[in-house]
Design a protein around this ligand. Structure first.
Ligand code: SF4
Ligand code: SF4
Length: 201
C-alpha cells in the first residue's frame, strides 16, 4: 500500500550517505588547513626511512653460493651471477656479482628468497648519477658498508611521520625518548619470542 514511499526512503538514505561522505572529506581538508608547512633542510637534515624501506641492496660476497635463485625470481632476470665450477672442490666458485639499479624495480624478490640471506635492503636512497650506467653496481659497490642517516655525524636525522608521537606533526625538537604510537618491529619480534616461550612451557 505504501510502495510509493520506498523511492522516497531510498532517496533520503542516499542523500544522508552522500552528505556524510562530503563531511568526512571536508573534515580532512579542514584538518590540513590548521597545519603549518614543515621544511626539512636537506641535505643537512634527513628523514629516517621507515623500517621496511627498500633502498640500495647490500651483498655479502662470502655468503653467496651462486645458486642463481635471485636471477630466477627476479621479474627481469637482473642479477648477474658469474661463477665457475671448481673441479677440485666440486663446487661453484663465485667470480663476480652485479645488479643494475638503473633497471631494478626494488621488488625485493631476490632479497626475500636468497637461501643464504646474502642480500639485504639498506636505507640508502641517494642513488642519483649523471650517467645511468654508473648504477650498475658490482659486488664491490654492493658490498660497501651501508649508510645510515642516524649514524652520520654531519646530518641531523629527523623522524618520519610514522615515528612521531601521537598528535605531533613537526619532527624538529622531538625528544629522543618520545615514543611513537604502536610497537616497533623489534618489540613485536620480542613479543613473539615471549609468546612462543610461554606456549612451550
Ligand atoms: S640467491 Fe643468494 S646465494 Fe643464490 S646466487 Fe643469488 S645472491 Fe647468491
Ligand atoms: S629487487 Fe626485484 S627487480 Fe631488483 S634485482 Fe631483486 S628481484 Fe630483480
Amino acid at each position: 500500500m505504501f510502495n510509493f514511499l520506498k523511492p522516497v526512503r531510498d532517496y533520503a538514505q542516499q542523500a544522508w550517505q552522500s552528505s556524510r561522505y562530503i563531511g568526512q572529506g571536508l573534515s580532512v581538508t579542514f584538518d590540513h588547513m590548521n597545519r603549518r608547512p614543515i621544511t626539512v633542510q636537506y641535505p643537512y637534515e634527513k628523514l629516517i626511512p621507515s623500517e621496511r624501506y627498500r633502498g640500495r641492496i647490500h651483498f655479502e660476497f662470502d655468503k653467496c653460493i651462486s645458486c642463481e635463485v635471485c636471477v630466477r625470481v627476479c621479474p627481469i632476470n637482473l642479477p648477474v651471477v658469474d661463477w665457475v665450477f671448481n673441479k677440485e672442490y666440486k663446487k661453484k666458485e663465485l667470480k663476480h656479482y652485479s645488479i643494475d639499479f638503473g633497471v631494478c624495480i626494488f621488488c625485493g624478490n631476490c632479497v626475500e628468497l636468497c637461501p643464504t640471506n646474502c642480500l639485504s635492503f639498506t636505507e640508502e636512497y641517494e642513488l642519483c648519477t649523471y650517467d645511468r650506467h654508473e648504477l650498475n653496481h658490482d659486488n664491490v659497490a654492493m658490498g660497501r658498508v651501508p649508510y645510515k642517516v642516524t649514524e652520520d655525524p654531519m646530518v641531523t636525522p629527523l623522524r618520519e611521520l610514522v615515528y612521531l608521537p601521537e598528535g605531533v606533526l613537526d619532527p624538529h625538537g622531538v625528544p629522543n625518548d618520545a615514543h611513537r604510537p604502536g610497537l616497533m618491529p623489534s618489540e613485536i619480534l620480542q613479543q613473539g619470542v615471549e609468546d612462543t616461550s610461554h606456549t612451550s612451557i
